[in-house]
Structures are given as C-alpha cells and as structure tokens.
Design a protein around this ligand. Sequence first.
Ligand SMILES: [Zn+2]
Length: 277
Amino acid sequence: MAEKIVRNTTKKSAPAAKPAEKAAPAAKQAAETVKKTANKQQTVITPNKPTGGSTVGLRIGACVLWLLAIACEVLAIMVLMEYFIPPFNAMTFLIIAIVLDMALAIIAAQLWKKANHIKPMSEKRGKFLFYLWNELGVIMACICFIPLIILLLKNDKLDKRTKTITAIVAVVALLITGAASADYDPITAEEKQQAEQQISDDVYWTQFGHKYHLNADEEGGCPYIRSSSTLYKGSVTEAIEAGRTAICSYCAGHYAQEMGLDLDQLNIEGGVVEEGD
Ligand SMILES: [Zn+2]
C-alpha cells in the first residue's frame, strides 16, 4: 500500500547520527517517538495499487499519441511547403503545431515508460534492444522534430523572422521532449523480479526523486530523504511502477548488508556509496 507521509520539516536536518546519540539508542528512540507524535503531521493517502497486469493499453495509448504528434509535425511541414495555407498567421500556426507535437510526444513517452516499469524487458534480449525499447521516447522525439527542423532551416519561402523564431521554438521543443522522454534508469525484468523477491519491507521515495530508499528513520536513516517534506511509502513494486526504478546509492551502501540484499542482482543508481563516504 503506497502511503504519502507529510513531514514537518521545521526541524533542522542532521547530516548523520552523532556518536553521543548512538550511546543511548533506546532513550533516544523513546524521545524520538514522543517528538514524532508531538511534532509531526502525517497524512496517509489512498494507495495506488500496483497494476501488475497488462501494459497493452499503455503501449497502444503511447503509439496513438506519437502518431498524433507526427500528424502535427506533418501539418507544420505542409504549411512550410505551402501545400496547406493556414487560416491565420503562418508563424502562429507553426508554433501551435510544434507545441501540440511536443505535448503529445511527452505524454506518449510517459505512458511508454510507465509500461516499461510495470513490465520491463528482459536483459536476455541484449543491451542494444533493451536501450532501444527503453529509450523509444527519445527516438520518437527525434522523429517528431528533426525532419521539421531540417525543412525549416532549408526553407526559403518563409520570411526570415518567421523562420528564425519557428526554428528556435522547434529546437527547444525537441530538447524538452527528449529530456522528458528519456528513461534515466531503465530496469530489467530480472532486476525488478530480484527487487520484489529480496525487498519485502516498505521502501520510500520523494515527490521528485528518481530513486527509492530503504531507511526513512529520522535518526540514522538515509540523509537524502531526511529533509523531504513529503515521503511516499510502499512496496518496491509500487516504487518501481512510480518510476523509482533504482535503489539510492547511499541506502545500498549503508543498509543493504544488514537487510541481506544481494546488490549485484539489483538496479543501483550511480554505484554504491560505501560506509564512511
Ligand atoms: Zn537513500
């Protein structure tokens, strides 16, 4: 069950537990519990249960949206080639088409990534296919903008101002779409299965973080989430489906051993941060 925990962050975030605090853990914990009840406001929201099932709908939705995005691009190209005269100012029309193209492509890529987190591809298919499948959003972003950008730059029918402004808008749209469509930490089917088998406890993630964390204790817990005002708590399946595909490197270095996790089998972002780092 994914819970949303709202923390009171008026308390200063301590970077690490001090030795003096470690001396009396029981007393400290008791004091902490009192402080928590007195100082913390916790909100639990209705969980998003892991879908676990079919991802066909998400993938079809992504493909339909990508086709619509390409349709916007084709429309813009038709205006450039003067196959189609827009009912109003050509530049306004081109910019609207580019923005629509961008919005559709970004939503499509989110659906695609969601499907990949629910049902990841097996690493047995090979690295090349794995990246092609997981970064399809970036490839589609290129298809949705690069032909238009090339034709814009080669175009000699538009006036210079329209051409320059439209080309800049199209390049910016390409960059935004590419960045929003990339899966920065794709997970393999094997890694997801291992995470589900090995991590039975709840994990934690923040609203904007890309990783999930193993320990959210205020004392001795992961320092990267200590200052977050909102924490999400749920099974590792829920974390992965919410796009947090990798374990935080700090948590991997500090808590994995005591939890008996085999890190070689799991997806860790940016390598393990060892004890004392
Ligand atoms: Zn962490």
